[in-house]
Structure formats: structure tokens, C-alpha cells
Design a binder for this molecule. Structure first.
Ligand code: GLA
Length: 390
């Protein structure tokens, strides 16, 4: 690979799956690329436009190569990649480690090197690699195969592994060469799903960092129950979700940022309301997510494998700032408190924190000795703190 910085920070972009499922085509992708620029998402740091499953014909061609569906993509993938690039964005696609993808289109098993070459020729910059119809071979071997093919295909292609965290992938995925890895099953556009995925990763907090970020799945911010997978016969019901409140979407976004998760938007970015744009472009939360060190936060609770539903997390940033976040995933308002001694700041230091609350983007005064928060159900606070003299 030429670009030594590929995957250094958590990737940011948009993926077609949550909203469009099988109903994906050239026009949707182009208009989403336009929207990424016009809505300010690009300026906020989002760069990848990724087509998920269902883009190809059901059969490979006579040479065994993948073929883009000419009805969905009449101009072909190369032209589409050129269009995305002309907007100053990067282009992503999808395949699978089995002979078929999850929606039963051809997968890359035993075609890894040919497919990597095809993607490179098309101008692809990102490959999401799923885990359906997996042959009886260890996952680490299959992900290594594709990583090796991508690293030698003549183009920098970010490798987004998606094995949902099975086979303890957090233990071996980094060594395959993947720059991000899905650690969870599929997200749904409802609070129960967000809470489940979020809490499931607290015990794995340190298995994420520069060049290999734990991907807790695509964001559902701004979907409001409108996911189109409902129309997709292969996935009926998967996204027939209720949607969330804006408070829940904010907490979802803040948690993904604290965890250094990739930020892959899943809503229809051609049609976002003001609040959705505000949440997704919150520069203070994005700065935490994109901090150069991607330092794992620490969880202030007794058993990270069975986390409580309301808790503090603290993250060190590369410039010396400290982020203190209070999350309330429970269904009741909670009063929470955190002793600064427990995060390494005893009173004897003569120091205190000057705090800025990043979710509401407001000054939060000073924190000394003990922080007390009253947090509504499903809400959160994220304080970016500077050390100052008392
Ligand atoms: C799996 C993945 C999803 C999506 C679908 C596509 O379920 O986890 O993110 O890519 O396949 O079929």
C-alpha cells in the first residue's frame, strides 16, 4: 500500500444499506454524493460513498469476473467512481468471503485476487467484506486472503471487514490487515438495538485503535423508521423499526464518537432535516472521534462485560484534553456522580477542569473534585475538559 495513513483515523462516510437495501442504483448513489457535498457533510469530514450488497448481476461473466447490474448501473462502476471522485469524495463497494453475499449475489470466495483487481480497475477506494455463506475455513484465513489481495491490487483500498464479531474477531482481525471491523450484528433503527450494540462493546473497548477501528455498525441517525429494507424480500422486517427520538440519535452518535467507531451514515442524505444535519456534523463530537490517537476510553464501572445501563466513560485526547462522558441507556432519569480522584485528579494537585459540553455545544463551567449529572433517560453528556489551576 502506498498510503501509509489509510485507516489511521476512523473512516467516515455513507453506506446505502440501511435506507436502500436492494433498491440501489446509479442515480441514488450520484445524488447521495451530491448531497454529501451540498449538505456540509463533506466539510464535516465524511468522505466515503459506499454501495452495499445487491449491485451486481447474479452470475459472474465467462471469465469469472463480477459484473455490475447494467439496469441499476447503466454507466458502469468506473464511470460512477469517476463521478464520486469528481466531487472530491471516495468510492466504496461490497463483497463477501463466501461464494454468495448475504443477499445471494456472487461473493468473492476463491476469486479474491481477481475481484480485488476488478475493484482497483473501477477506481474503488473502500471494500466492505461480509461473512455470509462462509465456507468451512477459519474466518481469519478468509479475511487475510482478501486483505492480501487488496494490498497488492495496485490501488489503496480500505478494507472494512464485516464478520459481526464472530469467532472472537477482535483478537485477530487487526493482524489480517483490516482497517475497520464490524463487531456486532446488524443495527436496527430503534433504541433497543442501539443500546444492545453499544453495551456489547464496552468489554472490548481496547480492541480498537488507529488502523483498525471497531465498527459498531452504520449510524441510524435521521432514519426515523424510514429504512427501505422493508421492501426487500430477502430482509423483510429487518429494518421495520420504529425509529428513534432526536435525543436517542444524539446519544447514539455521541457513543460511536467516544468509541472511535467509524461513522458511516445510513439515512437518506438527500433528504435530511435540520436536526439530523446538526447531529451528524457536530464538530466537537467528530473531533473526539477523529483524534489522532484513537485512544480507547476507560469505563467507570465494575464489570465491563456486564455493563450497567448508566455510566461514565473517560477518554484521553492527544492534546492533553480529557473527555468525560455520562451515558444513560436506562429508561429512567438518573443522577450520576464521578469523583475526579477516580480518573486521576486528586484534590491535592490544585487543579480543576474547565469544561465544554459537546452534545449541546455549550460552556459547562468548571469541574473540581466531584461531577454530578442528572441525565434524562436515553440521554448523555460529553464534556471536553482542559486542566486549569484552581
Ligand atoms: C449483512 C451485513 C449488513 C449488510 C447486509 C447486506 O447483514 O451485516 O451490514 O451489508 O449483510 O446483505
Amino acid at each position: 500500500m502506498e498510503n501509509k495513513y489509510l485507516g489511521l483515523r476512523a473512516p467516515m462516510g455513507w453506506n446505502s444499506w440501511n435506507t436502500f437495501g436492494e433498491e440501489i442504483n446509479e442515480d441514488v448513489v450520484k445524488r447521495s454524493a451530491d448531497a454529501m457535498v451540498e449538505s456540509g457533510l463533506k466539510d464535516a469530514g465524511y468522505e466515503y460513498i459506499v454501495i452495499d450488497d445487491c449491485w451486481s448481476l447474479r452470475q459472474r461473466d465467462e471469465n469469472g469476473l463480477l459484473v455490475a447490474d447494467p439496469e441499476k448501473f447503466p454507466s458502469g462502476m468506473k464511470a460512477l467512481a469517476d463521478y464520486v471522485h469528481s466531487k472530491g469524495l471516495k468510492f466504496g463497494m461490497y463483497s463477501c468471503d463466501g461464494p454468495l453475499t448475504c443477499a445471494k449475489y456472487p461473493g468473492s470466495f476463491d476469486h479474491e485476487f481477481d475481484d480485488a483487481k476488478t475493484f482497483a480497475q473501477w477506481g474503488v477506494d473502500f471494500l466492505k467484506y461480509d461473512n455470509c455463506f462462509k465456507p468451512k475455513i477459519d474466518g481469519n484465513i478468509l479475511y487475510r486472503r482478501m486483505a492480501m489481495a487488496l494490498r497488492n491490487c495496485g490501488r489503496d483500498i480500505l478494507f472494512s471487514a464485516c464478520n459481526w464479531g464472530v469467532e472472537h474477531s477482535e483478537r485477530w482481525i487487526n493482524s489480517t490487515g483490516a482497517q475497520m471491523y464490524r463487531s456486532t450484528g446488524d443495527i436496527r433503527d430503534d433504541w433497543t438495538s442501539i443500546r444492545k450494540l453499544a453495551l456489547s462493546q464496552i468489554g472490548k473497548i481496547t480492541h480498537s485503535g488507529p488502523y483498525c477501528h471497531n465498527d459498531i455498525d452504520m449510524l441510524v441517525v435521521g432514519m426515523y423508521g424510514k429504512g427501505d429494507c422493508i421492501n426487500n424480500a430477502a430482509y423483510v422486517g429487518d429494518f421495520a423499526s420504529s425509529g428513534c427520538t432526536d435525543t436517542e440519535y444524539r446519544t447514539h452518535f455521541a457513543f460511536w464518537c467516544m468509541m472511535n467507531s467509524p461513522l458511516m451514515i445510513g439515512c437518506d442524505i438527500r433528504d435530511m432535516n435540520e436536526e439530523t444535519v446538526k447531529i451528524l456534523t457536530n464538530k466537537d463530537l467528530i473531533a473526539i472521534n477523529q483524534d489522532i490517537e484513537s485512544r480507547a476510553p476507560f469505563y467507570l464501572g465494575s464489570n465491563p462485560d456486564e455493563p450497567r445501563e448508566y455510566f461514565y466513560m473517560v477518554k484521553m485526547l492527544s492534546d492533553g484534553d480529557i473527555v468525560i462522558a455520562a451515558f444513560n441507556f436506562s429508561d429512567k432519569k438518573r443522577t450520576m456522580s464521578l469523583d475526579m480522584f477516580d480518573i486521576g485528579l486528586p484534590i491535592t494537585t490544585g487543579k480543576k477542569f474547565k469544561a465544554f459540553e459537546c452534545v449541546t455545544q455549550t460552556d459547562a463551567g468548571f469541574i473540581s473534585e466531584v461531577l454530578v449529572d442528572s441525565v434524562e433517560a436515553h440521554d448523555c453528556r460529553v464534556y471536553r475538559c482542559k486542566l486549569v489551576d484552581r
